[in-house]
Design a protein around this ligand. Structure first.
Ligand SMILES: [Zn+2]
Length: 402
């Protein structure tokens, strides 16, 4: 015996009485009960399930299996045979608004621009439809939003009808129907005719408002994000908070916020370039200092040092400056981070050694990996020894290398 679906009789029923038909456990071990009738909508057709209570105990999930509607519960009382059901009406009415809003939006896109809807997602905060449009224009989206909201203001009825497959010929359906029995049509007269098993308000006016929020390309199609009903207010509230924050931050009126952020962006780019120039100058000073204290090795020079938590880019730039200006220098820098040792090596033209190979071999001391070109290389490994100890070992290895 299938469950009698009260939400099809009247989508506004949020409280009902029912008798226990059976109880059971599904293949995932979740407990459920089946009643002779219910107002709980099960997940399906793009609409999430209702939540609520049965005899004051929470219903956490609702599914339809073979015509039976399963109410999943955590701690049911199995001695009870009579049930009072209460569905979470705010959640259900919100779903009704989003669902009907989607019908209206889909119809408006198709009517105005022949963009067919491919799929619908009713999300927790916003909804989306994928439409067959490769490049949706702002003008088009604005037009569709306008039409959709006109339909809402007209407060047209939203009717439902059960029809046979034969009777379908009498209706200008938007999409072919995939089922051949129990066909339910949802109709906004002279505007939209659709096969749908979801719940909707009785009039378009109750959708209250539709706002298209933004859209993005999805392969050859476009995903359009939107909100209906109270969600529009929630969106507005959230956006207003952001705008007020920005107004205060920049001390400008709302219409000047974009200009202010553009200016700030330009300023940041300028500052970044200045900082980078200054940093380069500092590195050049530091390089001079290192050359003065360079170690003499076979008539050439070696610069070695240990750093703690310094930026890798800084160290690489410093090594590059040193060998660019001094063809007789070889540089070995070790950087100690919180959990790693990094090695940077570079050499001037007078040195006859492959830096990539040398660094790679040096890193085996600390179970590390790395490599690079003939004159510049880097890599990292574990902190199995101290940075000073590591550089000493690398120096010893160098003596045997050249
Ligand atoms: Zn629907």
């Amino acid at each position: 015996m299938g469950t009698k679906k009260l939400y099809y009789k009247d989508s506004y029923i949020y409280s009902f009485k029912a008798r226990l038909h059976k109880s059971g456990t599904d293949d995932k071990g979740r407990f459920y009960i089946v009643l002779d009738q219910t107002a709980f909508y099960p997940i399906g057709g793009g609409q999430p399930n209702d939540t609520g209570t049965l005899n004051n105990k929470p219903v956490i999930d609702v599914e339809e299996v073979d015509g039976e509607i399963r109410h999943y519960m955590v701690e049911p009382d199995l001695t009870e045979t009579e049930y009072v059901g209460e569905i979470n009406w705010d959640r259900r009415f919100d779903h009704m608004q989003q669902h009907a809003g989607q019908h209206i939006l889909t119809a408006a896109f198709e009517e105005q621009f022949d963009y067919k809807t491919l799929s619908f997602h009713l999300g927790k905060e916003i909804c989306s439809i994928d439409i067959e449009a490769a490049d949706l224009k702002e003008k088009e989206a604005n037009r569709v939003e306008e039409i959709a909201n006109q339909i809402i203001v007209q407060n047209s009825p939203i009717e439902t009808k059960w029809v046979t497959e034969k009777e379908l010929d009498n209706y200008p359906l938007r999409k072919d129907i995939s089922v051949s029995e129990n066909i339910r049509l949802v109709i906004i007269p002279d505007f939209d005719y659709n096969g749908c098993g979801g719940t909707h308000p009785n009039t378009t006016g109750q959708v209250s408002m539709i706002k298209i929020l933004h859209w993005e390309r999805k392969k050859k199609n476009t995903r359009v994000y939107f909100a209906c009903g109270n969600r529009v207010l929630a969106q507005l509230h959230e956006k207003e908070k952001v705008i007020q924050g920005l107004r205060k931050r920049f001390s400008v009126p709302q219409e000047k916020i974009m200009e202010a952020t553009n200016k700030m962006h330009e300023k940041i780019k300028e500052l970044e370039s200045t900082v980078s120039d200054l940093n380069m100058k500092l590195l050049e000073y530091e390089a001079k200092e290192f050359i003065q204290h360079a170690q003499i090795f076979n008539n050439k020079k070696i610069v070695q040092s240990v750093f703690a938590n310094r930026s890798k880019l800084d160290i690489q730039q410093l090594a590059k400056i040193l060998v660019d200006k001094n063809s007789d220098i070889l540089v070995l820098f070790v950087n100690e981070t919180d959990d790693k040792l990094q090695l940077v090596g570079s050499r001037g033209e007078q040195w006859n050694l492959h830096m990539g190979q040398f660094v790679q071999q040096s890193l085996t001391i600390i179970n590390g990996r790395g490599g690079g070109r003939e004159n510049m290389a880097q890599g990292g490994g574990e902190k199995v020894i101290s940075a000073e100890n590591f550089i000493e070992k690398v120096m010893t290895m160098l003596e045997g290398y050249v």
